[in-house]
Design a protein around this ligand. Structure first.
Ligand SMILES: NC(=O)c1ccc[n+]([C@@H]2O[C@H](COP(=O)([O-])OP(=O)(O)OC[C@H]3O[C@@H](n4cnc5c(N)ncnc54)[C@H](O)[C@@H]3O)[C@@H](O)[C@H]2O)c1
Ligand SMILES: O=C(O)C[C@H](O)C(=O)O
Ligand SMILES: [Mg+2]
Length: 471
């Protein structure tokens, strides 16, 4: 039996009942006893000896799914073939598809979308390559490229297991910004091979969104691709996260009467996201940032093999603090977690200054769940959709690419990132700002609209646009 269960949800159980030994009623009774509520029954197959049925069952409490499984497995003549929940059902066959824009109904259509007529279009692009933007999908396409090495906080789970996240990103691109994004999961973690692969596939795309590639390789991969390609290359976990974090932090500081210059900030997890968040905060004027990774506080008193950590140690921690997370957190006012789930405790937060700001942004499991400490925290945010204050790069990447594609920008530069952060923060007015509402919802249509508008302005002003679209 394969099992992918979740409590407090609707689950689908596939049962095989040996009709010589058992009756369906026994299974139904067992399910009810285990506090499952059967809401639908579908017969999948029946013959003389067995019947296979899918039961849709509502389970309310923690552990109910496991109790139910155990109860069914102990019944003679009944086999539990499979359990899935709505999340898994939603993933059956993948989450996206490609649709032609026009139907091909007759030979005339066929000869125009395809050979022979298509050849004239190919020739036109050959004569003038920039026509790829007007005569192909390039103007609206983004490749979401990963090597599966830092997928959410799950770590190095490889290209196949990374696909559901990349398909999800493609859905978000389409739904929120009408960008056609394709998940591309590369079966290599070699820096040169990744760079070569992305360069080879670039002709079909108007932009490259690098996703979930671990530090420090992600820095070189992005930097070299930015130099070598004339389309925007954007590592979402670095810059998308930094943009949204910056927007959220500005609002949280405003709410708690603090300034970025003076705030004592601890960043935990000095990988792709942590490094980029730090750079953006330093550029915005932050002076008291302390970075912590697995080996403890990064300090200029030590030397590091990882060049990014070396840079980090030299540009942060002015007091040269040493020790671990607890030492870093003494009297700190802001905790920013982009590390791993569950590593922060309530006792840690108690070490911080009064009214602290805690952004526990690891996915899917935050550094600490809000329910464990929200009573001692002034502003709490996570990366998840099921808590208030979702600081997640989804607030950034659809709109920033929409703006970059529409202005046909050659790159996404610092000016465009700052514009995106200011756009996100600006969607919340001073009247609306409160501890449960420091960043707008991803469903607020003004987010993409405003990010796009300001990003286009910044691209034009900074001289990287190749087109100035009408508003
Ligand atoms: N909310 C968002 O929008 C968002 C965006 C990007 C990343 N993230 C999350 O941030 C985390 C890191 O992502 P990344 O792309 O930077 O990955 P990464 O692999 O580049 O970096 C992770 C860093 O965290 C460190 N780390 C792991 N466990 C730690 C611990 N116990 N204590 C201190 N440091 C620890 C690692 O050593 C590494 O340096 C993931 O959980 C990811 O889901 C969230
Ligand atoms: O994928 C997300 O939800 C955000 C971010 O890109 C992450 O890697 O956690
Ligand atoms: Mg990511």
């Amino acid at each position: 039996m394969s099992s992918q269960m979740a409590d407090g949800k609707t689950i689908i159980l596939r049962l095989e009942i040996d009709t010589n030994l058992a009756q369906f009623g026994r299974a139904a009774t067992a399910i009810e006893k285990a506090k499952g509520d059967i809401i639908a029954i579908d017969v999948i197959h029946t013959d003389k000896n067995k019947s296979i049925r899918d039961l849709t069952v509502k389970i309310a409490e923690q552990g109910a799914a496991e109790r139910l499984t155990n109860a069914l497995q102990s019944l003679p003549g009944i086999r539990l073939l499979h359990i899935s929940d709505r999340t898994f059902l939603l993933h059956l066959g993948g989450k996206i598809t490609i649709q032609p824009k026009t139907p091909i109904q007759n030979r005339d259509d066929l000869s125009r979308v395809y050979t022979p007529e298509v050849a004239r279009v190919c020739q036109a692009i050959f004569d003038e390559p920039s026509k790829a933007y007007t005569l192909t999908i390039k103007r609206n396409t983004v490749a979401v490229v990963t090597d599966g090495s830092a997928v959410l906080g799950l770590g190095n789970i490889g290209p196949y297991a990374a696909m559901p996240v990349m398909e999800g990103k493609a859905m978000l691109f389409k739904q929120f910004a009408d960008v056609d994004a394709f998940p591309i999961c590369l079966d290599t973690q070699d820096t040169d091979q990744i760079i070569a692969a992305v360069k080879h596939l670039a002709p079909a795309f108007g932009g490259i969104n690098l996703e979930d590639i671990s530090a420090p390789r992600c820095f070189e991969i992005e930097q070299r691709l930015r130099q070598e390609l004339d389309i925007p290359v954007f590592h979402d976990d670095q810059h998308g996260t930094a943009v949204v974090l910056y927007a959220g932090l500005l609002n949280a500081l405003k709410l708690t009467g603090r300034s970025l210059n003076e705030a004592r900030i601890v960043i935990c997890g000095i990988g792709a996201a942590g490094t980029a968040c730090t750079k953006m905060l330093l550029a915005g004027g932050a002076k008291h940032i302390v970075g912590v990774d697995r080996e403890g506080i990064l300090t200029a008193d030590r030397t590091y093999d990882n060049p990014m950590w070396q840079w980090y140690a030299e540009h942060t921690n002015p007091q040269r603090l040493t020790g671990g997370l607890a030492e870093a957190l003494q009297h700190a006012e802001v905790f920013i977690g982009v590390s791993a789930g569950g590593i922060l405790t309530r006792a840690h937060i108690e070490l911080m200054a009064p009214e602290p700001i805690v952004f526990a942004m690891a996915n899917p499991e935050p550094e600490i769940r809000p329910e464990l400490a929200e009573d001692i925290v002034a502003v709490f945010a996570t990366g998840r959709s099921d808590y208030p204050n979702q600081i997640n790069n989804v607030l950034c990447f659809p709109g920033i690419f929409r703006g970059a594609l529409d202005s046909r920008a050659t790159t996404i530069n610092e000016e465009m990132k700052v514009a995106a952060a200011e756009a996100i923060a600006s969607v919340i007015s001073d009247d609306e700002l409160n501890r449960m509402y420091i960043v707008p919802s991803v469903f607020n249509a003004r987010v993409v609209e405003e990010v796009r508008r300001r990003v286009i302005q910044a691209a034009v002003k900074s001289g990287v646009s190749r087109r100035n679209p009408r508003e």
